[in-house]
Design a binder for this molecule. Structure first.
Ligand code: C5P
Length: 242
């Protein structure tokens, strides 16, 4: 097979030109980073697991009408997706206090929030993805007010659905990050959910034991990263029972 043209290499993925115009191949790597690239490592087999888990979640979100970039999984580490113009905003939805929210506001990790909370960060590695408000987003033209309204509405719908999806496998969805992109249709932008949804970008706690089944195992040197990702895949029925 001829080598495809690489478009971009990120922390956990490589993007290649796809077979048709307007398509991209997402290759899932085993590399893991945390704390804005200050901590680096490898989680053996992570790419394979995230490819499967993300496919599963995207497929289910498609069933409830969330527009997304996923077309199909190609092999163990690659999936075909639509090429989008990424909105440079990370959308974080939180159900339980953890991570930077707990630290910033002095909340005890694990405290349930009164309702789902949305936060926005400007996607810029050099700046460490700073927290921004909707007025920054509009002022600097990263997305229009109308787009942010649609993005936020979709993000809450995705949260509602994903809370159910995970609770059915005895996992609490503590928080997670979403990214959106635009495709242009007859000169009008249309928003699609993009990137991946996997234990790399979600906090997932076992409902009974509160055991962490996500990238915090790597961030916090807890060990058992591969086993945690495998456990999520297994509970979704994506791996043989064992
Ligand atoms: O670190 P923080 O508490 O802000 O993260 C909130 C959620 O967003 C976590 O689930 C984390 O995995 C995810 N996140 C991410 N990529 C980032 C920042 C946060 O996937 N750059």
């Amino acid at each position: 097979m001829t080598r495809r043209r690489q478009i971009y290499e990120g922390k956990a993925k490589i993007l290649y030109e796809g077979p048709e115009p307007g398509t991209i191949i997402q290759y899932f790597k085993d590399d893991a980073t945390a704390f804005n690239n200050q901590k680096k490592g490898t989680i053996n087999g992570k790419g394979v697991l995230n490819n499967r888990i993300s496919e599963h979640i995207y497929t289910r979100l498609g069933h409830i009408g969330i527009p997304h970039h996923f077309i199909r999984r190609l092999n163990m580490r690659e999936q075909l997706v639509r090429q989008v113009e990424i909105v440079p905003i990370e959308v974080i939805i939180r159900n339980v206090a953890a991570g930077t929210l707990a630290k910033r506001l002095g909340l005890e990790e694990g405290t349930p929030l009164p309702r789902a909370l949305v936060e926005y960060c400007y996607k810029d590695d050099a700046l460490g993805d700073p927290l921004v408000g909707e007025d920054h987003i509009e002022c600097f033209g990263w997305a229009s007010n109308e787009e942010m309204r649609d993005i936020t509405e979709m993000a809450f719908r995705i949260n509602d659905f994903m809370c159910g999806l995970f609770s059915a496998i005895n996992i609490r969805l503590v928080d997670f990050k979403l990214e959106f992109g635009r495709v242009w249709e007859n000169e009008y932008p249309r928003l699609l959910l993009a990137d991946e949804i996997s234990p790399d970008g979600c906090r997932l706690w076992d409902m009974e034991s509160d055991e962490k089944l996500d990238k915090d195992r790597f961030r916090r040197d807890l060990g058992g990263e591969v086993e945690a990702y495998q456990e999520v895949a297994r509970r979704f029925g994506l791996l043989p029972e064992g």
